[in-house]
Design a protein around this ligand. Structure first.
Ligand SMILES: Cc1cc2nc3c(=O)[nH]c(=O)nc-3n(C[C@H](O)[C@H](O)[C@H](O)COP(=O)(O)OP(=O)(O)OC[C@H]3O[C@@H](n4cnc5c(N)ncnc54)[C@H](O)[C@@H]3O)c2cc1C
Length: 379
């Protein structure tokens, strides 16, 4: 898989470290959010990454980061995928809360909260989406009212990955009138009175998501991040960061294609149709990887439209491979006593259309910013 990607020297250094570093027991590549069963191994892994200088690569050096280029970050993500380990304990702390605190938070917030993110002591969750506010985040209804004793928060969040295990949440709440300008961002210790976390079970049996109810939750005055009304800037500050590692999905996809061929052959199902679909999916994987490499070589920022193209290619290919796994397994997909890894992959693939910005929203971005089509009417 190695090519002459920018970041090649760093890639070799990382590969060497990954080859020689003992892994915490039970560690596996669980994706951006650990399940409750992955917390211990994931946290220990983050500790090792921090010790070796591979945690929070994009953070400034004075906060323990490496100020790594996009190319180095991408190379690191791919090497971790090849080694079958997560690139970090979880996504929200290092990629979202940390950068947001550095850009908008106070010196006290940064001093208290950044280092435990880097070392893995604290897990964070992102309290943005609500039952009526997902793609249209400006419709957030959770309210934070200023009082003499602090901010009093009431509302409900949903799809909050990792909330059941998180020590802190990054909250988007309404402190003013409707629209963007009425939103503010807060640091929320998840053990504050009035917070109820209710896990949601996904169709593959895991419970990474949660509903979070905030009922008369009192937050100290200094939990506000930046100024009142700066919530929209906070919400959009790190837009697209998770897309930086999209190309590393190619590693898992190629492994899945090998498993599909093996499963289909074992069942006498490797017919011309399945062979043709394997080739189509394989082309999709390489299109994903080459487009990722090009975006990185050209220095495209993670929030740029090129990453919307990548998100679309990744989603389409991920889901095609999920469906192909079902063709390879045939009836075994339904009758097997355990959940086959290929079945799990197909179930998880469905979320790709929604997470990190839905397919329709990516198409809107490309239509408006690349093709110059008229802007979507605002209702
Ligand atoms: C795996 C996963 C993890 C997640 N983790 C978190 C998390 O940790 N924290 C958090 O806050 N949220 C999280 N989310 C929520 C995620 O951000 C939202 O699901 C997403 O923003 C979509 O919002 P929604 O579900 O409310 O759907 P909606 O925004 O209601 O969309 C419903 C449908 O309408 C379409 N649509 C919406 N607006 C438009 C438009 N303008 N033009 C065309 N079509 C449109 C959408 O594409 C979609 O098909 C997660 C979601 C997933 C799947």
């Amino acid at each position: 898989m190695a090519t002459a990607t920018p970041g090649e020297d760093f890639r070799m250094e990382v590969r060497d470290w990954l080859d020689t570093t003992p892994r915490p027991e039970g560690l596996h590549d669980y994706g951006p959010t650990p399940t409750p069963d992955d917390i211990t191994a994931g946290r220990a892994w983050q500790g090792l990454l921090a010790e070796a200088g591979y945690a929070c690569l994009h953070w400034p050096k004075n906060r323990g980061g490496r100020e790594a280029s996009v190319a180095d970050q991408a190379a690191f993500a791919e090497e971790c995928a090849l080694a079958g380990v997560p690139r970090q304990f979880h996504l929200v702390g290092p990629d979202l809360a940390g950068p947001v605190l550095m850009a908008h938070g106070s010196a006290q917030q940064c001093d208290a909260l950044l280092e435990p993110i880097r070392t893995g002591e604290h897990l964070w969750c992102q309290l943005f989406s609500e039952p009526g506010a997902g793609s249209d985040l400006a419709s957030v209804r959770t309210r934070a009212l200023a009082s003499d004793s602090g901010w009093v928060v009431d509302g409900q969040k949903v799809w909050t990955s990792g909330a059941a295990d998180a020590q802190y949440g990054l909250l988007l709440a309404r402190t003013g009138g409707p629209g963007h300008a009425g939103l503010s961002a807060f640091v929320v210790p998840m053990d504050t009175d009035g917070i109820t976390v209710r896990p949601l079970q996904q169709m593959n049996g895991e419970s990474k998501f949660n509903e979070v109810f905030l009922d008369n939750v009192l937050l100290p005055h200094d939990s506000l991040i930046g100024a009142e009304g700066e919530g929209w800037a906070v919400a959009t500050a790190t837009l697209g960061r998770e897309r930086l590692s999209l190309g590393s999905n190619a590693v898992g996809m190629l492994t899945a294609l090998q498993e599909i061929v093996t499963a289909a052959r074992a069942r006498g199902r490797l017919d011309d149709h399945v062979r043709g679909e394997v080739v189509n999916a394989w082309l999709g994987v390489w299109l994903l990887r080459s487009t990722w490499e090009r975006a990185i070589a050209e220095g495209t920022p993670p929030g740029g439209p090129a990453f919307s193209v990548l998100k679309l290619i990744s989603t389409r290919t991920y889901q095609a491979i999920g469906d192909l796994g079902m063709e390879a397994l045939g009836l075994d997909a339904l009758t097997s006593e355990t959940v086959e890894p290929l079945v799990d992959r197909m179930l998880v693939a469905h979320a790709q259309t929604i997470l990190g910005g839905t397919t329709e929203i990516q198409r809107n971005i490309l239509g408006e910013r690349i093709l110059g089509l008229p802007r979507e009417p605002k209702p």
